[in-house]
Each structure stands twice: as structure tokens, then as C-alpha cells.
Design a protein around this ligand. Structure first.
Ligand code: HPA
Length: 274
């Protein structure tokens, strides 16, 4: 079966499973949670063609299931956990569910992640709405033959993040009195945390944040013309900006603390959207 056929089959399977129209999708990063009203769930293991189901390695802090339910009068599908390139998945596997979201006729995708802050105007625990990204990885999901049914060969990236979604997030943050920064995300392959020298180099290049996810999904969303916005959670200051050494437990703990603000922000935003 082709990549495209798998996407269509999986989109139909999930749509039939839930049975109701879904307005928006949300991807949750490490340690981030979001409870929904009238929640229904579907384990990744039970989804046909779900990439990585034959691999046992899954990152701690990911529940690995879809949840469906209501937020602010909208129907939402939440992807609790994602695949990472550093786990050894191909870029096309990492991007697979983004295309599924598109072919379920979902109106927009909100992506969250845990990342390190390079910009010293940010503090640990801050949320940053991405305005742009720099890929520090020399692979992406569009490499190889293009399937025109998914999108065009050459993808414009003038506004990789949907202006209306970004503006609505900004307005909502203002109303809620939640600090929401805007910045550029550097996509680093990992899975080691960056060196001091790497962070200094990325800072010079213009990265405000650095993380090991999100960009493959954003590229696929732009390819498929699926509106996307990203809320990046600074779970720590980047290497050398903070003196303390990194550990994943700290990332999870800080992400958990941010979940409350993130839920408020997404709820208010969904309230404002069509
Ligand atoms: N670097 C890369 N990825 C991360 C970090 C970091 O400092 N924190 C959480 N994810």
C-alpha cells in the first residue's frame, strides 16, 4: 500500500471510530496533559498503519493514545505522544499522523512540545508561540518522490505558522494574562542535549529555543495546507545558559506545571475560533 493509501485508510478508520465531525487536533509533547469533556480514547496500538507499532521504544512521558472530546464547544482530537526522528523513525513516519489529521478534514492543528530556552528574555516554564523555525537536521518528510495528492513539490514557507491561529492564541493569552512570547525554534536531532558550543552557534543563527520535535510535523502541515500553530514550552534553559545539568525528569516535571496554563490558553483560543 502507498503512503497516501495508508493515510486515507487510517483517516477513515479514526473518523469511523469516533463517528462525529472533529474540529481541531492537538499534539501533546512530553509531560503535557489535556483532559477533555466526554472523553473517548483509542490506543495508538489499535490504529491501522500507525507507524512504530512494531517498535517497542516509546519515550517516557507519552501516553501513546488518541483522546477525543469537547473543549469550549468544539470537538477536539488529542494526540497524546508523538514519534521522534531520534527514535529511529523515518521522517515520513514522524509526519504520518499530520497527514491523517488533514485527511480527516480537521480545520487546524495545535502542536505543543517541551524545549530548551536560548533567549534569556524567556524563563523556565514560559510558553512561546512559534513565529518561525530553523531546521538543524538535514532530513525532512518531503524528501523523495512527491505525491501531488498530499501537496505540491515545492512548499512555500513564508508563513509556516497560520497567522489567524497565531493571532487568536496571542489575543487569548492577553485576555488570560498569560505571558506568551513569540520566537524561532531550532530543530535539533538529539537525543543528546546540545553542547554549550552548539547552543552558542544556534543563538548566533537566530534560534530562541531548541528542541527535538515539531518541525517535521510543521513541514508536513504546510505541504498539506493544514493550518498549524505551535506552543513551545520552555522546560529548561538551554545548555550553558543554565549551569545545572539536564535531565528528562526535570523536563517532565516542568511540562506538567505548564499544562494548566496551556489548557486555559487552548480553551480560550478554541472558544474564539469557528
Ligand atoms: N534541548 C532539546 N530538547 C529539549 C530541551 C533542550 O534543552 N528541553 C526539553 N527538550
Amino acid at each position: 500500500m502507498t503512503y497516501y493509501d495508508k493515510i486515507i485508510e487510517t483517516a477513515k478508520f479514526i473518523s469511523d471510530f469516533y463517528g462525529e465531525k472533529i474540529d481541531y487536533a492537538v499534539v501533546l509533547g512530553s509531560g503535557i496533559s489535556l483532559e477533555l469533556d466526554n472523553q473517548k480514547e483509542l490506543s495508538y496500538a489499535d490504529i491501522p498503519n500507525f507507524p512504530g507499532n512494531n517498535k517497542s521504544s516509546h519515550v517516557k512521558g507519552h501516553a501513546n493514545k488518541l483522546t477525543f472530546g469537547n473543549v469550549a464547544g468544539k470537538t477536539v482530537m488529542v494526540l497524546n505522544g508523538r514519534l521522534h526522528y531520534y527514535e529511529g523513525h523515518s521522517m515520513k513516519d514522524v509526519a504520518f499522523m499530520t497527514y491523517v489529521v488533514k485527511f480527516m478534514n480537521i480545520k487546524g492543528l495545535f502542536i505543543t512540545n517541551a524545549c530548551g530556552a536560548i533567549n534569556t528574555n524567556y524563563s523556565e516554564g514560559d510558553i512561546v508561540c512559534l513565529d518561525d523555525f530553523i531546521s538543524l537536521v538535514t532530513d525532512n518528510p518531503l524528501i523523495g518522490a512527491n505525491d501531488d495528492r498530499l501537496g505540491q513539490r515545492f512548499v512555500d514557507m513564508t508563513t509556516p505558522f497560520n497567522p489567524k491561529l497565531v493571532e487568536t492564541l496571542s489575543k487569548s493569552a492577553e485576555e488570560l494574562n498569560i505571558t506568551l512570547h513569540h520566537g524561532t525554534y531550532g530543530f535539533f536531532m538529539g537525543p543528546y542535549f546540545e553542547t554549550r558550543a552548539e547552543i552558542q552557534a544556534f543563538k548566533t543563527m537566530g534560534c530562541d529555543l531548541v528542541g527535538m520535535s515539531t518541525v517535521p510535523e510543521v513541514i508536513a502541515a504546510n505541504h498539506a495546507q493544514l493550518p498549524v500553530a505551535v506552543l513551545a514550552c520552555a522546560t529548561n534553559m538551554a545548555t550553558g545558559i543554565q549551569e545545572r545539568k539536564h535531565d528528562h525528569e526535570h523536563v517532565l516535571k516542568t511540562a506538567q506545571k505548564i499544562s494548566g496554563n496551556l489548557k486555559q490558553l487552548l480553551t480560550k483560543t478554541l472558544e474564539k475560533l469557528d
